[in-house]
Write a new protein. Structure first.
Length: 235
């Protein structure tokens, strides 16, 4: 694995190769948004998480990796402007389908002019070639925020593999050190903390790797001890 989770804005993509999935992470735009290209290693089918900015660099990212293949889907984790800035251009260039959390779909179309092909709800499954990703709704940062979970097979023979390990792409709902902003809205904070607690920490093991919408990766094990402090501070 050549990918440590650290990226530099304007720098090259960082790569993590798993059993059936390749993950490429690229920081783009003035807010250093993390875009993730997920590639099925058998078919070459690709899924992009957040076409945030710098469409040219994202299209170069789509063309990278192995094996060669087409961008099948763009998933927008939530409706905020810094996560959709390159969506229209990337979709126009690739013909990829667009998937957005159901409660954010109309806002994404309004902001970008892009039709949403699939409105995602909690528990949905997305296919990328042979790979399956679970949709985890994390309501609070926005009403339609979603995360994607990939679980490595229980039996993996490749060196460095982690059988059964989960890889979780959280958008702006979960970061190293805390939750995403809920604008000091008590109801939104309670909703996000409840979803993160019940749908993430209660279900997935400590070795689960978290890929946020900005900044470095983390693990659930690193963040779990801080849940009571997050609840107490209310952000």
């Amino acid at each position: 694995m050549t990918y440590t989770g650290e990226v530099v804005v304007g720098g090259p993509a960082h790569v993590r190769v798993l059993d059936a999935l390749e993950i490429r992470k690229l920081a783009v735009g003035p807010m250093a948004n993390d875009a993730y290209l997920l590639t099925c290693r058998r078919t070459g089918d690709r899924l992009l998480v957040d076409a945030a900015a710098e469409a040219g660099r994202l299209l170069e990212l789509v063309r990278s990796g192995s094996p060669e293949g087409a961008l099948v889907t763009v998933v927008t984790t939530h409706r905020h402007a810094d996560h959709v800035g390159a969506l229209a251009e990337v979709v126009s260039a690739t013909g990829a389908a667009v998937a957005v959390g159901a409660d954010d779909a109309a806002a994404v179309t309004s902001a970008t002019g892009v039709r949403v092909d699939r409105a995602l709800v909690h528990g949905d499954t997305l296919a990328v070639g042979d790979v399956r990703l679970e949709v985890v709704a994390l309501r609070g940062h926005t009403a339609g925020s979603v995360a994607l979970a990939y679980r490595e097979p229980d039996r993996v023979d490749e060196p460095g593999a982690n059988p059964g390990r989960v890889h979780l792409f959280t958008g702006d709902s979960l970061f190293p050190g805390g939750l995403g902003s809920t604008d000091h809205d008590a109801a939104r904070f309670a909703s996000l903390l409840d979803d993160v607690t019940e749908r993430v920490f209660a279900r997935f093991d400590d070795d689960t790797r978290v890929y946020p919408g900005h900044g470095a990766d983390t693990t659930l094990g690193a963040e779990r001890p801080h849940l009571p402090a997050w609840r107490a501070r209310r952000w």
